[in-house]
Design a protein around this ligand. Structure first.
Ligand SMILES: [Zn+2]
Length: 85
């Protein structure tokens, strides 16, 4: 099994500190994962796409169900106001 560690935050020049999530394509299908799960599940067989989460506050890891942190604060006028529906 190949060992690889996936970053939780971007650390590129001019692109530092953005929360990252991973789109993992394998024989099981496509899953969205947080960095921890991606690091844990990675075997070297998968195709991994990394992206930064800027403002999607409904993004969750498919494996551990943890919320993927967004770079920007949630708007006050949230569309997801289920409490008052
Ligand atoms: Zn996870």
């Amino acid at each position: 099994m190949e060992q690889r560690t996936f970053q939780k935050y971007s650390n590129d020049f001019n692109f530092v500190g953005y929360p990252l999530y991973y789109v993992v394509e394998s024989s099981y299908g496509t899953q969205l994962m947080c960095s921890d799960c991606c690091t844990e599940e990675y075997t070297g067989e998968e195709t991994i796409k990394v992206d930064a989460n800027y403002d999607d506050h409904q993004l969750h890891c498919h494996v551990c169900s943890d919320k993927i942190e967004a770079a920007y604060e949630e708007d006050d006028e949230s569309e997801e106001d289920s409490e008052y529906a």
